[in-house]
Design a protein around this ligand. Structure first.
Ligand code: SF4
Ligand code: SF4
Length: 145
């Protein structure tokens, strides 16, 4: 799905494009840039020309900040991708495309407090000071042991 990039983000992208010298240092340790471009400068130019972004691009960025840390020109790709995510959410009114896998997260968020997945604490003494709450990952830990 392609969404319109708002003016504020277009201005930010222009600013980052002007700073980028295309040295590709950021690509050495980035898990996603190589999938989308030969240089971040290409992405920035493309976004400015199209004025649209495919939702997969900003949602492929892990927002890890590696690129920002190594960039000699202080190009902030992490912030830009984060802003583009906000842009996508705003344009889609939060109804993100299903290929992002958001449906299962939404299901979890909606149902994790329902009676279906909830249980009452049995045997909790009224004067207890400490409660052991292992969280939902305890099953995975138990399997590993
Ligand atoms: S490290 Fe910075 S200047 Fe170099 S290509 Fe990446 S974003 Fe551009
Ligand atoms: S913040 Fe995004 S673009 Fe930058 S290195 Fe991490 S995954 Fe790559």
């Amino acid at each position: 799905m392609k969404v319109d990039i708002n003016n504020k983000n277009l201005q930010k992208i222009q600013k980052e494009k002007d700073k980028c010298i295309g040295c590709k240092l950021c690509m050495n340790g980035c898990p996603m840039l190589c999938e989308f471009c030969n240089s971040p400068k290409d992405i920035l130019e493309y976004l400015l020309a199209e004025k649209k972004v495919d939702h997969k691009l900003p949602y492929s960025c892990l927002l890890c900040g590696y690129c920002t840390a190594v960039c000699p020109k202080d190009v902030d790709l992490k912030e830009m991708f984060f802003n583009l995510r906000e842009n996508v959410v705003s344009e889609t009114k939060g109804k993100l495309p299903s290929d992002l896998g958001y449906t299962s997260i939404k299901f979890h968020q909606k149902n994790s407090f329902s009676r279906l997945f909830r249980t009452d604490i049995i045997g909790l003494e009224e004067d207890s000071d400490i409660i052991y709450f292992p969280g939902c990952s305890i099953m995975a830990l138990a399997l590993k042991l």
